[in-house]
Design a binder for this molecule. Structure first.
Ligand code: ASP
Length: 413
């Protein structure tokens, strides 16, 4: 019988996650030792992010043929991502206003709120400045993804203007891109063990399953508001968009990209998941390389529906905790800033917490309120990252099918 690697990875990831949960719960702090396996997996994924982004963006851009087409695709991508992110934020605002998790709830320690900004203030201008760092090698060394995307876009675009002279180099980059995807597949053979290590190690660091559960239960109503919002967005809104705008079956598409979603949940990082996302969308879901090479790296960096929804819920929750009434205008400001803050958040664990400073600042809420939600962020981060990646993959299918090629769907299953 032939060894089916796809099935091994899929079921292996599920088993790895469950075993990690059981071992982490059972061994408590001793399970931290398994964190090493998780780190190994994470490092392997991170190791290929830089070449992957450069080769894949250049391949995508040069495959489009000319810069004008890139402008069209880029514009549509950004428009699509902004609209779906906006929808996620509205959903978050509705959820937190219905559930009102902060009313009548006093955390054990509620830091005095003076509305001060902590050191390292975050502003949207920083996001723009970050796109153009003075040293691209330094950006690569720090796995700073946004400048790499901008640099690769420019490089790819200019290559298309050089005619025949650039053909050999474009071909070589294409081969390197395929090679990187093969390496991703090799790394995924280790994924079940890596995921096991990530989950067991994290539960161990939280002091075991019981301690982690206790911590989560304290903020259960707040968590419920975030999780129900994420669930509605991930299970109803996004799949409907996929179905109506691309004609694909949401269930079969979910199966195609589930490897990426499980990796997102266990790593809490859209960027670290990007190699798996690209492989799943191109190889399993059959989305064209031309679209996905461009749309996915951009999505992993700027499209974070889950993060945007979470930031809106968290900000309004903090207002409720401090007994601050938010006017309609203030909620509109939260809508705008949560959308921008999610664009500015890097695809790394708990980046959303940092950019939330911007949301709180915009409506004059106490920054110290972040302290009240810190304890459960490790878990919510995993949930929102999964929705972030799900949103990226759906955006990619929609843009590929509907906006660039207009072909009828291929997988009616
Ligand atoms: N961890 C998230 C991601 O990588 C970002 C965040 O919300 O913290 O997509």
């Amino acid at each position: 019988m032939r060894f089916n690697t796809e099935k091994y990875i899929m079921y292996g990831l599920m088993v790895g996650m469950i075993c990690g949960g059981v071992v982490g719960t059972w061994l408590g702090e001793d399970a931290v030792a398994f964190g090493f396996l998780g780190k190994l997996f994470l490092n392997a994924l991170k190791m290929i992010i830089v070449p992957l982004i450069i080769f894949s963006m250049i391949t995508g851009v040069t495959a489009l043929g000319n810069v004008k087409k890139l402008g069209g695709l880029g514009g549509k991508t950004i428009l699509y991502y902004s609209v779906t992110t906006g929808m996620a934020v509205v959903l978050g605002i509705i959820m937190v206003n219905i559930i009102q998790p902060g009313i009548g709830f006093t955390p054990e320690t509620l830091p005095a709120g003076e509305g001060r900004l902590p050191a390292g203030e975050f502003s949207f201008l920083d996001v723009i400045l970050n796109m153009f760092p003075p040293n691209i090698v330094e950006a690569a060394a720090k796995t700073n993804v946004m400048p790499l995307i901008v640099f690769s876009l420019v490089l790819g675009s200019v290559l298309t203007t050089l005619g025949d002279r650039s053909k050999p180099i474009i071909e070589i980059i294409g081969v390197l891109n395929d090679t990187i995807l093969k390496i991703v597949h090799l790394i995924m053979l280790f994924a079940p063990i890596g995921v096991f290590g990530l989950v067991a190690g994290k539960l161990g660091a939280e002091g075991g399953g019981e301690a982690a559960w206790h911590e989560l239960a304290k903020l259960s109503k707040y968590m419920l508001a975030v999780i129900i919002g994420l669930a509605v967005h991930g299970v109803i809104v996004l799949p409907s968009i996929l179905y109506f705008l691309s004609g694909r079956s949401p269930l079969s598409y979910f199966r195609h990209v589930s490897k990426a979603l499980m990796t997102a949940f266990s790593t809490a990082s859209s960027s670290a998941t990007l190699p798996v996302t690209l492989e799943s969308v191109q190889v399993k879901a059959g989305v064209s390389n031309k679209t996905s090479s461009f749309v996915l790296p951009l999505g992993a960096t700027i499209n974070m529906d889950g993060t945007a929804l979470y930031e809106a819920v968290a900000a309004i929750f903090i207002a409720q905790l401090y007994g601050i009434d938010l006017s309609f205008g203030a909620q509109v400001t939260i809508f705008l800033t949560a959308t921008l803050a999610s664009i500015g958040a890097a695809g790394i664990p708990e980046a959303g917490l940092v950019t939330m400073v911007m949301v709180l600042h915009a409506v004059n809420l106490p920054i110290e309120g972040i302290g009240a939600i810190l304890a459960v962020d490790w878990f919510l981060d995993r949930c929102r990252t999964t929705v972030n990646v799900w949103g990226d993959t759906i955006g990619c299918a929609v843009i590929d099918r509907r906006l660039t090629t207009n072909q009828p769907p291929v997988d009616g299953d």
